[in-house]
Design a protein around this ligand. Structure first.
Ligand SMILES: Cc1ncc(COP(=O)(O)O)c(C=O)c1O
Length: 400
């Protein structure tokens, strides 16, 4: 494992890159370094047992490894260990909160107009219980509008569910200010950190958030593992969502005694390989340094923006300034379908990126835009790859 950050060295940890792929789809899912894959194999080869139930040495090893993984996640979030709940992904974490909080008719939830379906549909579903969902409109350039936000609050606003870094355009929302306003209005705050956790230093205590959710697969981790961070006092008071084995200390035919945190919310046999793999991913991120990763993404985004931002046939989604879009460059080539642009880039230079609505259909439908092409960088991308992309796009725009 290397210390510090060197892209060339980093790339050696990602075998798939030797195929020549230019992987610009990390906002959808990041690649996984061999250390993470190795850790998962270690589970299956050396201690492939069940944690927390049997008392034998293999089971104890699983428990210890899960504990270490939880500590790694807690360390990256600056959370307490029992405030880290393992889930399948950010979506499940959000659904857990939507189902575990108590809702009364007339309660209100505020979301932004740029939420991923995973941070919109669970709230819209609560409309059936009489809950109202208010949508806070962004500025013209898609940055957050604090004034609009303040105006969204009503007497019964119970929760603000807001994305940290947008998967649509990379814009970071001012969570510190959002939390202050929300708490002044006696409302809880859930932050969707699926796109910020992979490349930003996060301190849930400093941010003051009540809940923070993330997906392991976007942060060098395996698929099928995610996290819910929740303030301990809130989690302790909250109802369970999925219940069964592991979530109770004892049961009778009449009732049951609820487990302590974090087990209270981790029902059934867990994805141990996924958990230890994600712990390793967190260790990797910590050693590389999230500030280094963030800086690297900004540098790459600046290059692509400098070369394509002024092109008349290119429309950028989000602010023009690269530094406001972290590691994401979303665009359209005027007169061309987004899927066609993506297909041409893949076929000509093995550039793998995403086209469509990126699960933010609501934003696209509201703007009457069909879709877009999204480039999303990560720590293994190089300036050379960016230049290849720029040249390829310049060739494509000659076709229209
Ligand atoms: C901002 C944001 N929130 C939530 C999600 C949902 O993540 P998952 O599908 O891993 O639950 C994504 C995934 O693209 C995302 O980008």
């Amino acid at each position: 494992m290397m210390f510090g950050f060197n892209v060339k060295k980093t790339r050696k940890d990602f075998d798939v890159l030797s195929s020549g792929v230019i992987y610009f789809d990390s906002a959808c899912m990041s690649l996984k370094p061999r250390q993470v894959i190795g850790k998962m194999n270690e589970y299956y080869e050396k201690y492939p047992a069940c944690g927390g139930r049997s008392g034998h040495h293999l089971s104890k090893k699983v428990e210890d490894e899960v504990d270490l993984a939880r500590r790694e996640v807690a360390r990256l979030l600056n959370a307490k260990i029992d405030e880290v709940i393992f889930t399948r992904n950010a979506t499940e974490s959000i659904n857990l909160i939507a189902n575990a909080l108590e809702w009364k008719e007339g309660d209100e939830i505020i979301v932004s107009d740029k939420e991923h379906n995973s941070n919109l549909i669970p709230w819209l579903k609560l409309k059936k219980k009489g809950v109202k969902v208010r949508v806070c409109k962004s500025n013209e350039d898609n940055t957050f509008n604090l004034e609009n936000f303040e105006n969204c609050f009503g007497e019964k606003t119970k929760l603000v569910a807001i994305v940290h870094v947008s998967n649509l355009d990379g814009v970071e929302n001012p969570i510190g200010e959002i939390v202050k306003i929300a708490h002044k209005n006696k409302s809880l705050v859930l932050v969707d950190g699926a796109q910020s956790f992979p490349h930003k230093e996060i301190d849930v205590k400093k941010l003051g958030v009540d809940f923070f959710v993330l997906s392991g697969h976007k942060a060098l981790g395996p698929t099928g593992i995610g996290v819910l961070y929740g303030r301990r006092d809130l989690l302790e008071d909250m109802e369970q969502f999925i219940v069964g084995g592991q979530t109770v200390i004892d049961s009778s035919y009449e009732g049951y005694e609820i487990e302590k945190l974090p087990n209270k919310f981790e029902a059934g046999l867990q994805d141990y390989a996924g958990i230890v793999g994600f712990g390793e991913a967190c260790r990797y991120l910590r050693k590389v340094g999230l500030k280094n990763i963030e800086k690297h993404l900004n540098k790459l985004n600046k290059i692509v923006t400098e070369h394509l931002g002024e092109e008349k046939k290119i429309e950028i989604i989000g602010p023009k300034e690269a530094e406001k879009r972290s590691g994401i460059f979303t665009f359209n080539v005027k007169g061309m379908k987004a899927h066609d642009v993506a297909k041409m880039l893949d076929a000509s230079k093995k550039i793998a990126l995403r086209s469509g609505a990126f699960c933010v259909h609501s934003w696209f439908n509201d703007r009457k835009i069909e879709g877009a092409v999204r480039v999303s960088f990560y720590l293994y991308n190089t300036e050379e790859e960016v230049r290849t992309f720029v040249e390829s796009v310049k060739k494509i725009i000659l076709l229209v």
